[in-house]
Design a protein around this ligand. Structure first.
Ligand code: SAM
Ligand code: SF4
Length: 324
């Protein structure tokens, strides 16, 4: 559907859990109180909401977390979501630790894409960033995922003084494998406030030094706001998601569902629509649909990172509770 600022909203990011098997220092460095079992939005409730979304023209769904694969029943849910008549596309974002065991089934279900988050190629830095071992497993799963033919992307957050020296090595994943590598600018949400990151403006000159023949590509390569370049000889593209400094709010196409059933309209703002309450209070489908519609019409015009909020309260949730 079209929102009040003329933007087409066609993409819903669904966080299915706030739990995670890693402790990335900029996201969830310590265990946070997790949502109680009864308060978590049940899979059948999410599926019902997705059908209303479909009726409003939102047909593309991204499953995220926390870590989606730690929630029991995630695969059955993905199968059912993929089978809804309104579904055009289902993709997933994962830290890649548990991905290997699910890959054959994801392939069979026909999952449309997998984004794997990986910030380093050094085992000790992996441990420093995520609080766990597991680099080898994630790398193996990246290789398996792209070899399976599922469209695979690697998402990397570069942090000043932590993994920024690995920029060329991370870039080379797109040379050696059939993957796009996207550099996400750290956002000052939750623990992300404590870090300094990189955006395209800072990274492109480094690429130009190594690969002066790179080409900017304008071809859309997914649902996201990434800008891509192509480096001759590379199998995948390099993308930049500059959420803070390369503000793309004017073309934002997305809304979010948190794992406790809140519809979130902008990453930056806390306000939204309590869908769990509506559903559990027995609201009729027409009422739920029109509530979603009104909420989308109130989607804020833009984020206000580093400015003061205009259209409500800034978000207090952590990124692991939102899903990125
Ligand atoms: N656990 C899954 C994963 O790591 O891909 C899905 C959830 S995680 C919150 C989704 C993405 O958000 C990851 O790529 C992570 O690096 C990114 N992320 C977390 N905190 C961030 C922040 N403050 N700024 C930018 N990206 C962030
Ligand atoms: Fe977990 Fe993903 Fe957050 Fe890392 S970025 S703590 S893997 S939710």
């Amino acid at each position: 559907m079209i929102d009040s600022y003329g933007r087409t909203i066609n993409y819903l990011r669904i966080s299915v859990t706030d739990r995670c098997n890693l402790r990335c220092q900029y996201c969830m460095p310590e265990s946070l109180p997790s949502i109680d079992h009864e308060e978590i939005f049940r899979f059948e409730e999410i599926l019902e909401i997705c059908q209303y979304m479909g009726e409003l023209g939102i047909h593309r769904f991204k499953i995220t977390g926390g870590e989606p694969f730690v929630r029991k029943g995630c695969m059955d849910f993905l199968r059912q979501l993929k089978a809804l008549p309104c579904t055009e596309q289902v993709t997933i974002t994962t830290n890649g630790i548990l991905l290997g065991e699910f890959l054959p089934e994801l392939k069979e279900i026909g999952i449309d894409g997998i984004n794997i988050s990986l910030d380093t190629l050094q085992p000790e830095v992996f441990r420093q960033i995520t609080g766990h071992d597991g680099l080898e497993t994630v790398l193996e799963n990246i290789v398996k995922s792209q070899a399976s033919g599922i469209r695979t992307k690697v998402n990397t957050v570069l942090l000043k003084g932590i993994n920024d020296n690995e920029f060329p090595d991370l870039l080379h994943l797109a040379r050696d494998y059939e993957v796009d590598v996207r550099f996400i600018e750290i956002m000052p949400i939750g623990f992300g406030k404590n870090y300094e990151g990189y955006n395209r403006e800072k990274l492109l000159p480094k690429i130009a030094e190594l690969y002066p023949n790179y080409q900017v590509t304008t071809k859309q390569r997914g649902n996201g706001p990434a800008n891509y370049i192509k480096i001759p000889g590379f199998r995948g593209c390099i993308g930049f998601i500059d959420a803070v400094h390369g503000k793309f709010c004017h073309q934002c196409n997305r809304i979010r569902l948190t794992s406790d059933g809140m519809l979130k309209l902008c990453l930056y703002y806390e306000n939204g629509l309590n869908l769990k309450k509506l559903l559990r209070n027995g609201a009729e489908p027409a009422e739920i649909r029109s509530s979603i519609e009104s909420a989308i019409l109130q989607k804020p015009s833009e984020h206000r990172f580093y400015l003061s909020a205009l259209e409500g309260e800034p978000e207090h949730r952590k990124m692991s509770q939102i899903g990125g």
